[in-house]
Design a protein around this ligand. Sequence first.
Ligand SMILES: CC(C)(COP(=O)(O)OP(=O)(O)OC[C@H]1O[C@@H](n2cnc3c(N)ncnc32)[C@H](O)[C@@H]1OP(=O)(O)O)[C@@H](O)C(=O)NCCC(=O)NCCS
Length: 185
Amino acid sequence: MMPEHHCRHLPIECKHLLLRDFRRSDLAQFAAYRANPDIARYQGWEDFHIGDAEEFFAIQLPLRFGVAGSWYQVAIASLETDRMIGDCVIHFTGDETQVEIGFTLAPEAHGRGFAFEAVSALIELVFNTLGKQRIIAITHAHNDAAGRLLTRLGFDQCEHASEGADPERLHTLHRNQWEAAINTN
Ligand SMILES: CC(C)(COP(=O)(O)OP(=O)(O)OC[C@H]1O[C@@H](n2cnc3c(N)ncnc32)[C@H](O)[C@@H]1OP(=O)(O)O)[C@@H](O)C(=O)NCCC(=O)NCCS
């Protein structure tokens, strides 16, 4: 039987984590960490509830992977227990050569290198499997944890002219930078 929500490139197994499609059973955990003010601080939502998670899932369910303009959300789960510990997203911007990414971990999963592990796997998917040339990420300029993570992953950063009032940073990783970083490690 076809899973509820399906990307043929998933699941991806990492050392400690599994990147996989979202399931309805993830929604309580998803809503719980999105409702945490520390997690929401630099993101685009406020007062997240289970109803918002269900609405999110209803939008995700029929999404086909890779459609221009879509945001395809991927669950990050513990490899050992399969419990969801966070999520990441690929925004297919409409420019065939590049995608935008985003990521969030539940607070109990912070500070263990799990975001680095999950986003590294996402980057490999984007460059090696999807054949894109460039990845961008946009963060709030005060979001130091996200900035540190992207810098560790090899992204360059610059000020970004934001549409809203909040200062933003644009982080960019070219495929050749990633390949060079892998070859030197
Ligand atoms: C951004 C976010 C995912 C980063 O999570 P994180 O756990 O700090 O990221 P990493 O997986 O790279 O872990 C790195 C931290 O773990 C520590 N660490 C501990 N053990 C480690 C290990 N084995 N390997 C690597 N790092 C390890 C590192 O020292 C580092 O801490 P530091 O940043 O204080 O120096 C997290 O802060 C988050 O979910 N924030 C809210 C959502 C958000 O703002 N997302 C960005 C919007 S796009």
